[in-house]
Design a protein around this ligand. Structure first.
Ligand SMILES: Cc1ncc(COP(=O)(O)O)c(C=O)c1O
Length: 401
C-alpha cells in the first residue's frame, strides 16, 4: 500500500547538483576514473587552527544544547566581522541567527516569509535551492534571464520589470553560484534605487563574498544602500570561505522581528546548530585569516586555467567570473551535434551525460540553474585535474560531428 505524501512536494525538484555529485561518486566507487567538476565545496582541509579550536571546545565540555539561534560569542563575532566587511553597517547579536548551514538559513527564511500568492524574484542562472524553497511554501519564482553578454548581471530595468505588487522578496547572490558573477558598488546602487521604490524583502546571499579575484572589490548592497537596512537580509556562512562544508554553520543578519521569526521556526525544527561547530566558527572568524588568503590565491590560479582552457576549446566559451569557484560555460554550439554512437545531443542534459560517459568528466547541466545550453564547471579541484579535464573535454568534443 502506497500512502499519500504532502501535495506541496509535487512542485519541488530534488537538488540536481547533489544528484550529479552522487553519480560521479558512484562511478568513482566502481573504479571508473571520473574527474568531478560538479562539486560546490573547496577541496582544502579545514584550517588546523579551526580544527584545534573544535577539539578544545569539545574537551572543555561544549557538548550540550546552546541557545537555539547560536551562542552569544558567535553572534557577536558574526556581527563584528560583518560590520568590518560591509562598510561599518552594524547589527546587534540579536539581529543574527546561526543555523545548520546557509541552506538551512534560507529554508528558515522561506518558511518565515513565503506563502501562497507571493512572488519571489530570482535572477537566472540561479542557485538551485532558491526556486525550490520558494515553491515548497506556495510562492512562485519569477526569473530574470541574464546572459554571458551582460556578465550574468541583472539591469535595473530588468529588475523593475520583474517586481509586482505580489513580490515578497528579491534574491541576489553575489558572487553567484553558478556563474561566479559579482556586482560592483555602482551596479548595486543602481539596483538599490529600484528596490527602494518597492515594498519587498531583499535577500542577499554573500556566501562567496570573500572569494573574489583579480583585485575585484567585493561590495554588499547593505553597504551601498544602508537606508534599506530594515529589509535587507544578509545570508552567509563558513562552508566556502573556510573550507567547512561539513561543519554545517550558516547565518543571517537582518531586522530583529525577522530573526525572531526564524528563531521560532528553528526552535521547533533543529534547535541549535552543533555546539562544537559553533565554537570552531568563533575561531574561524576571530583568528588569522591567512588560510583564507592562501585558498583564495589557489582558486585564482585555477580560475585562470579554467577560463583560458575553456575559451581555447572549440564549441565552449565562458566569461571570466569575478568570484566563487565556478565557470559557467556556454556549450550551445555543441547542442545538435552527433556522438560517435549516433546520438544527437538534444540539450545540455544529454551533452553532460555524453561528457560523463566519453570524457569521464562530471559537469552540472545548465538547465539545473535555469540556463539551458550551458554547464557549470567547478574549479574547486587541483590544477592537474583541471588540465587533464580540459584535455579530456577536447578529446570528447573532437569526436562529435
Ligand atoms: C549560493 C549558495 N548559497 C548557499 C549555499 C549553502 O551553503 P551551506 O548550507 O553549506 O552553508 C550554497 C552551497 O552550495 C551556495 O552555493
Amino acid at each position: 500500500m502506497t500512502l499519500d505524501l504532502a501535495k506541496r512536494l509535487d512542485v519541488v525538484q530534488p537538488s540536481a547538483t547533489v544528484a550529479i555529485a552522487q553519480k560521479a561518486r558512484e562511478l568513482q566507487a566502481k573504479g571508473i576514473d571520473v574527474l568531478s567538476f560538479s562539486v560546490g565545496e573547496p577541496d582544502f582541509d579545514t584550517p588546523l587552527a579551526i580544527r584545534d579550536a573544535a577539539k578544545k571546545a569539545m574537551d572543555a565540555g561544549a557538548t550540550r544544547y546552546t541557545a537555539s539561534g547560536g551562542i552569544l560569542e558567535l553572534r557577536q563575532a558574526i556581527a563584528e566581522r560583518s560590520a568590518a566587511r560591509r562598510g561599518g553597517v552594524k547589527h546587534s547579536p540579536n539581529e543574527v541567527i546561526v543555523s545548520v548551514g546557509a541552506k538551512h538559513t534560507l529554508f528558515n527564511l522561506a518558511l518565515a516569509l513565503f506563502e501562497d500568492g507571493d512572488e519571489v524574484v530570482i535572477p537566472a542562472p540561479y542557485w538551485v535551492s532558491y526556486p525550490e524553497q520558494a515553491r515548497m511554501f506556495g510562492a512562485e519564482p519569477v526569473f530574470i534571464e541574464t546572459t554571458a553578454q551582460d556578465g550574468y548581471r541583472v539591469s535595473p530595468a530588468q529588475l523593475e520589470a520583474a517586481i509586482s505588487p505580489r513580490t515578497k522578496a528579491v534574491v541576489l547572490c553575489s558572487p553567484s553560484n553558478p556563474t561566479g558573477a559579482a556586482y560592483s558598488g555602482p551596479q548595486l546602487r543602481a539596483l538599490a534605487d529600484v528596490l527602494a521604490k518597492h515594498r519587498c524583502w531583499i535577500i542577499v546571499d554573500e556566501i562567496y563574498g570573500e572569494l573574489v579575484y583579480g583585485g575585484f572589490e567585493q561590495k554588499s548592497i547593505l553597504e551601498v544602500a544602508p537606508e534599506l537596512r530594515d529589509r535587507i537580509v544578509i545570508v552567509d556562512g563558513v562552508s566556502k570561505t573556510y573550507a567547512m562544508t561539513g561543519w554545517r554553520i550558516g547565518w543571517m543578519l537582518g531586522p530583529k522581528h525577522l530573526v525572531d521569526a526564524c528563531n521560532t521556526v528553528q526552535g521547533q525544527a533543529t534547535t541549535n546548530p552543533t555546539t562544537i561547530a559553533q565554537w570552531a566558527t568563533v575561531a574561524a572568524l576571530t583568528g588569522s585569516q591567512d588560510p583564507v588568503l592562501e585558498m583564495r590565491a589557489a582558486f585564482e590560479k585555477r580560475r585562470q586555467l579554467v577560463v583560458e582552457g575553456i575559451n581555447a576549446t572549440t564549441g565552449l566559451s565562458c566569461p571570466t567570473p569575478e568570484g566563487a569557484f565556478y565557470a559557467f560555460v556556454d556549450a550551445s554550439p555543441l547542442i545538435g551535434k552527433k556522438t560517435p554512437s549516433g546520438v544527437v545531443l538534444a540539450d545540455d542534459l544529454q551533452l553532460c551525460a555524453y561528457l560523463l560517459e566519453e570524457a569521464r568528466c562530471a559537469m552540472v547541466p545548465g538547465s539545473a540553474f535555469g540556463a539551458p545550453g550551458c554547464f557549470r564547471m567547478s574549479y574547486a579541484c587541483s590544477e592537474a585535474q583541471i588540465a587533464e579535464g580540459i584535455e579530456r573535454l577536447r578529446g570528447a568534443i573532437a569526436k562529435l560531428s
